[in-house]
Write a protein that binds this ligand. Sequence first.
Ligand code: TUI
Length: 317
Amino acid sequence: MLLRENNRVCKILKTKYPIIQGGMAWVANAELASAVSNGGGLGVIAAANTPPEILEQEILKAKSMTDKPFGLNIMLMSPTANDALEIAAKLRVPVVTTGAGSPGKVLERLKPLGTTVIPVVASITQARRVEKQGADAVIAEGMEAGGHIGELTTMVLTPQVSGAVKIPVICAGGVADGRGVVAAFALGAEGVQVGTRFICCDECTVHMNYKKAVLSAKDRSTAVTGQSLGHPVRCLRNKLTAEFERLESNNAPASEIEALGTGKLRAAVVDGDTDWGSLMAGQSAAMVNKIQPAKTIIEEMFAEAEKILSRIGEVKA
Ligand code: TUI
């Protein structure tokens, strides 16, 4: 079965299942990453803006919580991206994913060390460029995803990226169950990246209010803010997104809009502020209806995918 055996993503990641956990800022810590890795996927710690000393501790903590490989996500827009890169090199983190920028420097520094580097891309040009620069695989992330997003949907981005590069493509943005896994593979991907559903796993340490907000999300519960600043971010709708929309439609100065976002992700994750916190989540939040162990989420997704595939295979032309 292509979903598991002879799967290039499983081989590259050294995992049982071809699934990567999204590198969600403030959410993706050692607890979440080790749970996903222990569950048969690739757990990922988000470097985000974490100060270097704390990030190092987090990586060491994850090493103590799993003997399986896990990754580090470097958010390239972050002022601490360089520190994270040096930590990845020093601690020999086996897999590094990147997001929100061009990963040339990361590839140059880490490929000679044997690190597996998998950039998130939001366009075909970026996918072709990172393949030339030596990326091991790419994550094609559609705008259904949570957090910082590009402009193309998963449905059109994934097949185009798959057609444009030879390295394996991992599909992200809107994938939250077995149906999403099958769709991803149908579009040419050989693996999936899942963020939002893992917010609602037992081991994820975000405030319970955040998990409850994801659980109660419906089809139109997310909004994209920050478009006017050139960095669109998808979050669950609340007072914060309404205020963003008010400022953006009034053409408020960029500095004022930027200032509104400061510290808001922490407010959501740590304090559980669902009114004024930034509840980053993808459109798939509507499909997340229960809190489960990370391992169950992974096993359920792939069992469902295999069932769907065998059902589709039975259909006679
Ligand atoms: O990076 C993400 N999602 C994120 S990062 C993040 S942290 C944050 N915190 C506060 C405010 C804003 C963000 C939250 N969510 N996803 C990966 C991703 N990368 N999506 C889109 C891209 C992308 C966009 C442009 C990748 C490359 C790119 O350009 C590359 C180039 O060539 O310039």
